[in-house]
Write a protein that binds this ligand. Structure first.
Ligand SMILES: [Zn+2]
Length: 61
């Protein structure tokens, strides 16, 4: 089992953070995880793209 990771920008503090996506979770994933810098809850939307990598979007929840 491997994990995909991508860099996303926190919508609260604008820090760049690395987010791991578990490929077993499916092609489109929606989850909330606290920012490791400012500890606010970020909503992540990860979508598998044509290159087999995840595009990760971060939003305020
Ligand atoms: Zn943050």
């Amino acid at each position: 089992m491997y994990r995909e990771s991508g860099q996303v920008q926190c919508p609260y503090c604008w820090e760049m953070i690395w987010m791991d996506v578990d490929p077993s979770g499916g092609d489109v994933q929606n989850f909330i995880e606290d920012c490791e810098v400012c500890c606010k809850p970020i909503q992540y939307i990860a979508r598998l793209n044509d290159e087999g990598e995840y595009d990760i979007e971060a939003r305020t929840s």
